[in-house]
Design a protein around this ligand. Structure first.
Ligand code: UDP
Ligand code: MG
Length: 137
């Protein structure tokens, strides 16, 4: 079993897509080990995306991620990191494969509906950033 960190981003929450995305997560066989709704502060979003600090999109990304409520989740499955990224699809919804979440629910590269960890080390950092051990069920 492997755990990954996932977010339903503020664009998807604002467009009432939480239920549809959770349905896809459960249908795909993930167990939800933790889940919480939160509106990130700008500083919390900057800390979460610290690896992207030097990128041109960092300011816009952290403004967007702190613009409204998001759903924070820990998902568990065999090969969860890769499988969740496969279910999300490519970063740019225009390039995401049919049937993926970003194709269905994203509207642009900076409004792409969901987040997923990209490696075991980042999953561990991201899970620990938002959840303490006692919250992982
Ligand atoms: N992003 C953006 N513009 C870009 C590239 C990325 O706004 O040109 C945003 C996008 O929301 C993406 C996030 O920054 O999900 C993190 O980028 P990353 O390359 O890690 O993509 P991901 O792992 O989310 O697919
Ligand atoms: Mg990434």
């Amino acid at each position: 079993m492997e755990r990954t960190f996932a977010i339903i981003k503020p664009d998807a929450v604002g467009q009432h897509m939480i239920g549809q995305i959770l349905d896809r997560i459960e249908t795909a066989g993930f167990q939800t080990r933790a889940m919480r709704m939160a509106r990130l502060t700008k500083k919390e979003a900057e800390g979460f995306y610290a690896v992207h600090r030097e990128k041109s999109f960092f300011g816009g990304l952290t403004d967007f991620m702190s613009s409204g409520p998001a759903v924070l989740m820990v998902l568990e499955a065999p090969d969860a990191i890769r499988r969740w990224r496969d279910l999300m699809g490519a970063t740019d919804p225009a390039k995401a494969a049919p049937g993926t979440l970003r194709k269905a629910f994203g509207t642009s590269i900076d409004r792409n509906a969901t987040h997923g960890s990209d490696a075991p080390e980042t999953a561990a950092y991201e899970i620990g950033y938002f959840f303490s051990g006692i919250e992982l069920i």
